[in-house]
Design a protein around this ligand. Structure first.
Ligand code: PDD
Length: 286
């Protein structure tokens, strides 16, 4: 059984409790982060911590007292659960006032709820799927307009994964005004020659921590990077396509809406980026 963290306490998972009035439960009034763990160490922790703080600020959510100590809490959970490879999920909500109300509660009276738990995924780095790639479908992007904030409003992305499954695919890329925004839980890329193309930052997509690292490594490896919109048609014609996220790292995409990308097998750029990302991230892990 896992040991989880809830509001200052480390507890067995079946003893952890949250109020039915918690605004995360009633209003999806919460933000989250997923940090991967390799060799028992945290990947890109600082990036996740910075984005978390930004999400809290954008929603005017009070900072929990534990915020400066989150690195220690992550490490303690890794230790208590003997986590070698997997993820740590963290969620902060605006807390549990004593009734349901659309108006934000008084931050003096209602403290944020903080929950963290581990997800053990042996073989996360050595994922065999990276050798064969994934198939995706395109769907309309019907999420709210502030996708740069990492909120727990994941119903539409969850429906998107189910639409993909129903179509015999692995995931979905979302399209708005004719351009790809991102994957249901990852950033989207195409490759043309030596150029990596991925949507520019803005409110339309989550500013992926893996995205930032991969683009940095790509530039250091003398690859060209273009941050701009692209269409599904352009992606289907590309040499390669891939996604990035804390849980998939760099994952090749070999089929888009039934059309093979490139040779229909993972290409050299995605494979190389995955290798560099894993190697460099392991070196920088804390
Ligand atoms: N998802 N875009 C969306 C919509 C995401 O949900 C995520 C992450 C990303 C990639 O961000 P990062 O590289 O910082 O993980 C992009 C996490 C992994 C999840 O919801 O499980």
């Amino acid at each position: 059984m896992r040991t989880v963290y809830v509001n200052g306490e480390y507890l067995p998972e079946n003893e952890a409790k949250i109020s039915i009035f918690d605004r995360g439960f009633l209003m999806a009034d919460g933000v989250y982060e997923v940090t991967s763990v390799l060799d028992g160490k945290l990947i890109d922790f600082d990036g996740h911590a910075k984005r978390l703080e930004r999400s809290l600020n954008e929603l005017e959510m009070p900072h929990p007292d534990v915020l400066p100590d989150l690195l220690e809490v992550h490490r303690e959970l890794v230790r208590l659960n003997d986590l070698e490879e997997g993820m740590i999920y963290l969620q902060i909500t605006r807390g549990a006032p004593d009734d349901r109300d659309f108006v934000f509660p008084d931050p003096e009276a209602t403290k944020p709820t903080v929950v963290l738990f581990t997800q053990s995924k042996p073989g996360l780095a050595d994922n065999p799927t990276a050798k064969k790639g994934i198939k995706i479908i395109s769907i309309e992007d019907q999420r709210w307009a502030r996708r740069d904030i990492k909120t727990v409003q994941l119903l539409y992305p969850s429906m998107g994964k189910m639409m993909a499954k129903a179509a015999g695919a692995d995931d979905a890329w979302m399209v708005e005004d004719g351009a790809v925004t991102e994957g249901t839980s990852n950033n989207a890329y195409i490759v043309k020659g030596n150029t990596i193309i991925t949507r520019h930052l803005g409110n339309e997509i989550l500013h992926g921590i893996t995205r930032a690292a991969v683009l940095r490594f790509a530039r250091e490896a003398q690859m060209q990077v273009e941050e701009r919109s692209f269409t599904i048609a352009e992606a289907q014609e590309a040499d390669e396509a891939f996604i990035t996220s804390a849980s998939t790292f760099v994952m090749p995409v070999v089929d888009i809406d039934g059309a093979s990308v490139g040779t229909g097998a993972p290409g050299p750029v995605a494979a190389r980026l995955r290798e560099i990302y894993l190697e460099e991230s392991r070196k920088l892990a804390i």
